[in-house]
Design a protein around this ligand. Structure first.
Ligand code: SAM
Length: 297
C-alpha cells in the first residue's frame, strides 16, 4: 500500500488539479524503500507524530509498523486525498492544521510511546526541530508516567536537507558548527542515518536530503536548568562568529566587556578564543559562570 502511494503516475494523476506548493516544501517521496526504512525504526509500542503527510506514503508505511500515527497536514487541498489514501488504516488520525501552531503533545493517544517521524518541509526545518526537541521531558518526548521507559525509546526521525544535517551534527571548530549544532546536541544525541537523492522525490528538489535521528537526553534537573543560558550564550557567540568570546558575549548580552572577561576566565575559558572552538558541553560549563545574570531566550 505504501509503495502505491510512491508511484509517480498515481501522484501526478491525483494532484492534477492541485499544483505542488513550493512554499509548503511539497516534495513527495517516490522511492518506496525510503518510507519503509524510516518506518522500520518504530514498532507497535509507538504512537508516531508525522508532520506533513503530503500524499501519505510515509504515513502508510508508519501505519503498517506502528501502533498509531497522528499526521498533521497544513495544506487543506491534500486532506480529501489523504483521507482516501489512508482509509485502509484505522490507526491513523489525520489532522488539518499548522504543526507550528498546534499543541502537539495533546494530540497523541495515551498508552503508547510518543515518537516523531517526518519528511520535513525545508523552509520550516529549524522552527519545527526547535519545537520538537524543546518539548523535551514534558512534551512529545516524555516517557509515559506508567512506563519505566526512558526518553531514549522515543526517537525523533526526520528528513532534512543534507547541508542542515551536517550543521546539526558538526564538530566544534568546523565551518558547519554553529548555534543550531549546540541546540541539537544539548537537547539530544543526534545521528545521521542515510542520504536520499533528489531522484527519490516528486517534484525533484535541488539538493540531497538526509535522514537523521535524535534521541533526547534523559531528564536531568541540574543539567536542564543550565540549558537555556547555554543556548543564549552560544547564540550570542555565533551571532558574531569572527569575534572573540569576550567581544561577542559582551555585545550579545549587553554586559561590560570586563565583566564577561572575568567570568570567562573564572570558568576556565580563554576570553580571546572564538565561540566556534567551544564544544556544546562547554557552553553548559560556561553557563555556570553566568547563573546570576538574567538572560532571555
Ligand atoms: N510526507 C510526505 C512525503 O514524504 O512524501 C510529504 C513531505 S513534504 C517534504 C512536506 C509536507 O509538509 C507537505 O505535505 C506540506 O504541505 C506539509 N507542511 C508544510 N508546512 C507545514 C506545517 N506548518 N504544518 C504541517 N504540515 C506542513
Amino acid at each position: 500500500m505504501s509503495s502505491e502511494l510512491c508511484d509517480p503516475q498515481v501522484i501526478r494523476a491525483a494532484m492534477a488539479g492541485a499544483p505542488f506548493s513550493k512554499r509548503l516544501g511539497q516534495n513527495f517521496l517516490t522511492d518506496a524503500g525510503v518510507p519503509k526504512r524510516m518506518a522500520g525504526l518504530f514498532g507497535k509500542k509507538h504512537a508516531v507524530l508525522e508532520i506533513g503527510p503530503g500524499f501519505g506514503a510515509l504515513t502508510a508505511a508508519l501505519a503498517e509498523t506502528c501502533g498509531a500515527v497522528v499526521a498533521v497536514e497544513k495544506d487543506k487541498r491534500l486532506l480529501p486525498l489523504l483521507r482516501q489514501n489512508l482509509s485502509p488504516f484505522p490507526n491513523v488520525t489525520l489532522i488539518g492544521g499548522d504543526a507550528l501552531r498546534l499543541g502537539l503533545t495533546a494530540l497523541m493517544p495515551a498508552g503508547l510511546i510518543p515518537a516523531v517521524c517526518a519528511n520535513l518541509p525545508y523552509s520550516l526545518t529549524t522552527p519545527l526541530l526547535v519545537k520538537l526537541l524543546e518539548s523535551g521531558s514534558e512534551g512529545i518526548g516524555r516517557a509515559l508516567p506508567d512506563t519505566p521507559l526512558p526518553p531514549l525509546h522515543d526517537p525523533v526521525v526526520v528528513m532534512v536537507q543534507r547541508e542542515v544535517a551536517r550543521r546539526l551534527t558538526a564538530i566544534a571548530g568546523t565551518p558547519e558548527y554553529g548555534a543550531i549544532t549546540v541546540f541539537a546536541a544539548l537537547r539530544a544525541r543526534c545521528s545521521v542515518l542515510f542520504d536520499v537523492p533528489p531522484e527519490s522525490f516528486m517534484p525533484r528538489p535541488a539538493v540531497t536530503s538526509t535522514v537523521i535521528r535524535f534521541d533526547r537526553h534523559a531528564p536531568d534537573a541540574a543539567r536542564d536548568s543550565l540549558v537555556p543560558a547555554a543556548l543564549r550564550l552560544s547564540k550570542a557567540a555565533f551571532a558574531q562568529r569572527r569575534k572573540t568570546l569576550a567581544n561577542a558575549l559582551s555585545a550579545g548580552l549587553a554586559l561590560p566587556r570586563a565583566a564577561v572577561t572575568g567570568r570567562l576566565r573564572g570558568a576556565g575559558f580563554d576570553p580571546g578564543a572564538r565561540g566556534e572552538t567551544v564544544p556544546p558541553e562547554g557552553y553548559l560549563e560556561m553557563a555556570k559562570a553566568f547563573t546570576d545574570i538574567k538572560m532571555g531566550a
